[in-house]
Every structure is written in structure tokens, then in C-alpha cells.
Write a protein that binds this ligand. Structure first.
Ligand code: GLC
Length: 585
């Protein structure tokens, strides 16, 4: 391989403004759809497959015909794609304590990725979020690394079960219905100061190794194809420039044989301001041991800079050869040389009924019942399906976008019911109650309205608007929008169950005495029916907190096992209910 062909393999570009000729002319090795980057609005499987195949034709027409690998943030289903099944975010999956469920979700996600020609998913996030003020805490399965380790079952779900006897550390992929996974973000992304995204994780080596590192050996043992480096720093050293942790520990001690990829413009952020010394960014990251760079736009500058650094021996050819060997290893294992092109044979997997039922099961198991009745003798849930008139209120009762959260169709997610397909929580309630029960819906219910309407009970669904990454950093964690007002207006006047849609615990203690029943539903995704399934007793509440529910924000960070641990609801808490056995059901 020429130096240009080698460096091309190390270059990942955003699909936007990309085409087959550029891929060919620069021997580009990988393309990506960033959050919210699609061929067109509400693109079909064919639109996606045609796009990937155009890029692939460019790659296959190069001298060596090395296929590209196309990556996407399929972090709760193939969530960029219209009509894809949107599974609960990881914060809810951690509450299920069900690794096999997560593995099945991985398998479904892989099918919905391959249906669009995508062979590479930037998942699982194995962050151990230690502070819910972090805008990405919902991408973390738990504050407890042992739960995160259990949920690395997503890797064999996405990639297939690694055969026994496979040499340790080598990537594995089980055929054309599976996708290459990506353990991220290496390492300590969930431990930054005050949860500030991309900031500094200040902790000694024992703390880093015992709290944040454990999921990585599990993903490597399961054959994960790639590892993505974190934007964050460890004790002031940028992870994207950390030779000791990337080369000596991940590739050396842990024996990882797949490829290490940067985060989006991650090398640019080695310096401040970002991109203020790009030559240094390229030199430091490649010499640290990064193999593929998610550039994603200025690929000419990246290629020219890296070429110059190698030609002047600031970066040894041996480092380039190690990177390219790892990238080609993953592509060979992924079967891309034998099957470079995508087809529409799996198109019917997108949003399939089977996957939606799986997502509905995940929603049910993710719900955590935190309070049930103002005293134990008067539980409110399961709710009677047959009643005269009930109220459903709140900003999140009938909003698919809100219940899906960030990384859904767009990077930060959105509100509304038109952006994809699914059932809102209101839809689920309407389908679950007896036909004789009148369901009244008010997004914003006034106290006067509630007082004068004689409802049997009310279901209040409120919470956070969608967000991603730094947009979600929040030092106050109060229930936003009109949530608190709706809780007051409704729960002061009628028996109420509050369903909280959020990426993390929020301040609830001051209002708890007004609330009869409280459910943490996290970010349930497209199958809101799963919430109603449990509210009305078709299934029991089984979820357990995978994160501490604090009393006050000034207690943070506060995790299970800390001295002075004084939560409102402790890690592992969750009330249980039995399903209502209905004859003839
Ligand atoms: C983002 C995220 C990372 C994601 C990547 C590509 O900034 O940090 O999780 O995989 O860029 O979208």
C-alpha cells in the first residue's frame, strides 16, 4: 500500500458533501452519518442503501478496492432512520437488570442498521455516569460498573456470539445481519467534574481502573470491533493524546486488536481553542495510538498534515502500519471484502412488529415505581381500567419526540409526533382503558379545570425535553417546562400518578407529598404503550434504580457506597406490583 492509500484508510468522513469520486480519489476508508445526517428527510431504506452503495462503488474502484465501512450512532435502535424502532435509552435499560434483553435489542438494532446498508454502530456506550448533571448520563446504563459490565451483552447482540477458542482481543463479526460495535468513550467519560461534558476526570489510577475501566475488558473479551476515545481528560491529560492509556493499556495490557477511533473532531479539541494547532493534534493523537480519525469534514487538511508528519518522521511508518492493519482486520472480519454492497433484503426489518414488541417489553421492564399511594394501605397502581372519567395531563403525555429523547432522528431529538412512528403514552392509555372510560387529555391542565371536572384519577406525564451531549449539562436538575405547575394543578385536586420522562433523576422531593404514585419512565422510546401496559396491571412493575435518586442537587456527586450516602431513593430501589390476572385475557 502507498502512504496515501494507508492514510486514506485512517480517514473517516461525514456523508454530507461526500460522494463516490471523493472516496475514490482520496482512498477514504470510512464514512459516517452524524446525529441527524440522513440522505433526505424521512429517507427510506432504499435512499440509505443507494447512498452507501454510491460511496462503496467509489472505494471499490480504487487500485486496491478496499471497501469502506459506514458508521452511525445507532445507540437506541437505528435512531437516525425514519420509522426505525426506537428502544429505551440506556438509563432505562440499566433499570431492567436484564442483559439478555439488551442482547436481543442489539440483534434487532443490527438488523435495522444492515437494512440501511450501515455495517458499523457507535455503540455500546459503556460510560459509568457518576453525576446526573452530565448531559449524557442517559447514555450510561448505571452509576455502578457491574451493571454496565452486564449490559456489554449489547456487543454480542450487535456483532454475534464470539466462537469459543477465538484468540483474546480480536474483533469478531457473525455475518451480514450483524454490525461492528464500538465501546465508548474510552475512558472515564462519565466521571468528569460536576458532570461537565468533555471536561476533566480527576481520580487516581485505582479509581479510574476500578470504576470506569471494567466494562472495556468485557467488551474486548466479547470481540468488540472498535473503541472510541473520549473527549474528556484524565487528570488534565486529554484522552485523545493519552499514549499510556490508549497504546500501553488498551492495546498492550488489555490486548485489544480492533481499531481505535477518535470522537467527532476529537483531535481538534486536544488544543484550545479547538483546531488551533492541527499539526500537533494529528501528531499527538496518531502517536498516542488512535487508528481512525473521525475528521469529519476537513479530510484534505487531515490527510495532508498526516502525510507531512510521516514523511518528516514525526510519526513512524510502523504506527501507520499498526493502524491500517487493525482497520483492515476489522473490515476482513466484517466480511466487507466478500460483500461490500448493501441490498434491500432486510428493509422489512425497519420498525418491524417483532422489534416494536421487543421495545415495548424493554419499556415495561425499565419502569421504576418509586411511590404507590400516600400510605401503604392505599396503593394507586395498578390503575383500574374501568372508571367513569380520567385525566391525562402534561407536556410528555402525547409527544413521541419527548419520550424518545436525544439521538432520535436528529442529534438533539425534537418534540412532536410526526418525526417518526410509534405510540405515545396517551395512545397507550387510550388503548388500555375500558371502552366505557372517558379519557380527557390536557397538555396543560388548570387547577380550576381539574377541581370542577370530577375525575376518578389522573395520570400526569412530564419531564425533560430532548437533548444530547453538552446541551444536556444541567446544574439544577429541576423539572422543566410546565411540569411542576401541572403536578401542582392536578395532584392538589385529584388522585394522581406522575410519570417522569427524563434522562436522569430530577429534583422531586419538594413535591413528593402531593403525589400519590410516582413512576420513573426514563426515555422509553417509540413504544409508549409499554408504559400503559404496566400502569394498568397487564404487567407488574419490576424495574430497579440503576442510579441514585438524590434529595438535593447540592449532594452531587453522590453514588451508592459513598460515605454520607443520603438519597431520596437509593440505588437498587423499586417497588413491585403483581400483574392483574384478567380471566379471558
Ligand atoms: C459525538 C459523540 C459520539 C458519537 C460521535 C459521532 O460527538 O461524542 O458519541 O459517536 O460524535 O456522532
Amino acid at each position: 500500500m502507498t502512504l496515501a492509500e494507508k492514510i486514506g484508510q485512517m480517514t473517516q468522513v461525514e456523508r454530507l458533501n461526500m460522494n463516490g469520486d471523493i472516496i475514490k480519489n482520496y482512498s477514504i476508508g470510512s464514512a459516517i452519518s452524524g446525529g441527524g445526517s440522513w440522505p433526505r428527510e424521512k429517507a427510506s431504506a432504499k435512499d440509505w442503501v443507494d447512498m452507501v452503495n454510491e460511496f462503496q462503488r467509489g472505494a471499490m474502484s480504487t487500485r486496491l478496492g478496499i471497501p469502506i465501512i459506514f458508521g452511525i450512532d445507532a445507540v437506541h435502535g437505528n435512531n437516525n432512520v425514519y420509522k426505525a424502532t426506537i428502544f429505551p435509552h440506556n438509563v432505562g435499560l440499566g433499570a431492567t437488570r436484564d442483559p439478555d434483553l439488551v442482547k436481543r435489542i442489539g440483534a434487532a438494532t443490527a438488523l435495522e442498521c444492515r437494512a440501511t446498508g450501515v455495517q458499523y454502530a457507535f455503540a455500546p456506550t459503556v460510560a459509568v455516569c457518576r453525576d446526573p448533571r452530565w448531559g449524557r448520563c442517559y447514555e450510561s446504563y448505571s452509576e455502578d460498573h457491574t451493571i454496565v459490565q452486564q449490559m456489554t451483552e449489547l456487543v454480542p447482540g450487535l456483532q454475534g456470539d464470539i466462537p469459543s477458542g477465538q484468540p483474546q482481543g480480536y474483533p469478531y463479526l457473525g455475518g451480514k445481519t450483524k454490525v461492528v460495535g464500538c465501546a465508548k468513550h474510552y475512558v472515564g467519560d462519565g466521571g468528569t467534574v460536576k458532570g461537565i461534558n468533555e471536561n476533566n476526570t480527576i481520580i487516581n489510577w485505582d479509581g479510574l481502573r476500578n470504576i470506569h475501566m471494567p466494562p472495556y475488558p468485557d467488551t474486548i473479551r466479547k470481540g468488540v470491533g472498535t473503541v472510541m476515545v473520549s473527549y474528556s481528560s484524565w487528570n488534565g491529560v486529554k484522552m485523545h493524546a493519552n499514549h499510556d492509556l490508549v497504546t500501553n493499556y488498551l492495546k498492550g495490557t488489555l490486548g485489544f486488536k480492533g481499531f481505535v477511533i477518535s470522537d467527532w473532531q476529537g483531535i481538534d479539541k486536544i488544543t484550545y481553542p479547538p483546531h488551533s494547532n492541527y499539526t500537533y493534534s494529528v501528531e499527538a493523537s496518531i502517536n498516542a495510538g488512535l487508528d481512525m480519525i473521525m475528521v469529519p469534514y476537513n479530510y484534505v487538511e487531515f490527510i495532508d498534515t498526516l502525510t507531512d508528519l510521516v514523511e518528516k518522521n514525526y510519526i513512524p511508518m510502523s504506527r501507520i502500519d499498526d493502524a491500517v492493519r487493525r482497520i483492515l482486520r476489522v473490515k476482513f472480519v466484517a466480511g466487507l471484502f466478500e460483500n461490500p454492497y448493501a441490498d434491500l433484503s432486510l428493509a422489512d426489518q425497519i420498525g418491524s412488529q417483532e422489534h416494536r414488541e421487543l421495545a415495548r417489553e424493554a419499556v415495561r421492564k425499565s419502569l421504576v415505581l418509586l411511590k404507590n399511594g400516600k400510605n401503604l394501605t392505599s396503593p394507586l397502581v395498578p390503575l383500574p381500567e374501568k372508571a367513569n372519567k380520567i385525566l391525562v395531563a402534561g407536556t410528555h403525555a402525547d409527544d413521541l419526540g419527548f419520550q424518545c429523547g436525544g439521538w432520535t432522528i436528529t442529534w438533539n431529538g425534537m418534540s412532536g409526533n410526526d418525526m417518526t412512528i410509534g405510540t405515545t403514552i396517551l395512545n397507550g392509555i387510550q388503548s388500555s382503558v375500558d371502552p366505557s372510560t372517558e379519557v380527557v387529555y390536557r397538555q396543560n391542565a388548570t387547577s380550576e379545570f381539574v377541581k370542577t371536572s370530577k375525575f376518578d384519577y389522573a395520570i400526569v406525564v412530564v419531564g425533560e425535553p430532548p437533548y444530547a451531549e453538552s446541551k444536556g449539562d444541567d446544574m439544577n436538575l429541576t423539572i422543566p417546562l410546565s411540569g411542576l405547575e401541572t403536578i401542582e394543578n392536578v395532584c392538589n385536586n385529584v388522585k394522581c400518578v406522575v410519570v417522569l420522562i427524563s434522562g436522569r433523576p430530577l429534583v422531586i422531593e419538594p413535591y413528593l407529598s402531593k403525589i400519590d404514585a410516582l413512576v420513573a419512565a426514563w426515555l422509553p422510546g417509540s413504544e409508549g404503550q409499554g408504559v400503559a401496559d404496566v400502569l394498568f396491571g397487564d404487567f407488574g412493575f419490576t424495574g430497579k434504580l440503576a442510579r441514585t435518586w438524590f434529595k438535593r442537587v447540592d449532594q452531587l456527586p453522590m453514588n451508592f457506597g459513598d460515605p454520607n450516602y443520603d438519597p431520596l431513593f437509593p440505588f437498587g430501589f423499586g417497588l413491585e406490583t403483581k400483574p392483574i390476572s384478567v380471566s379471558g385475557h
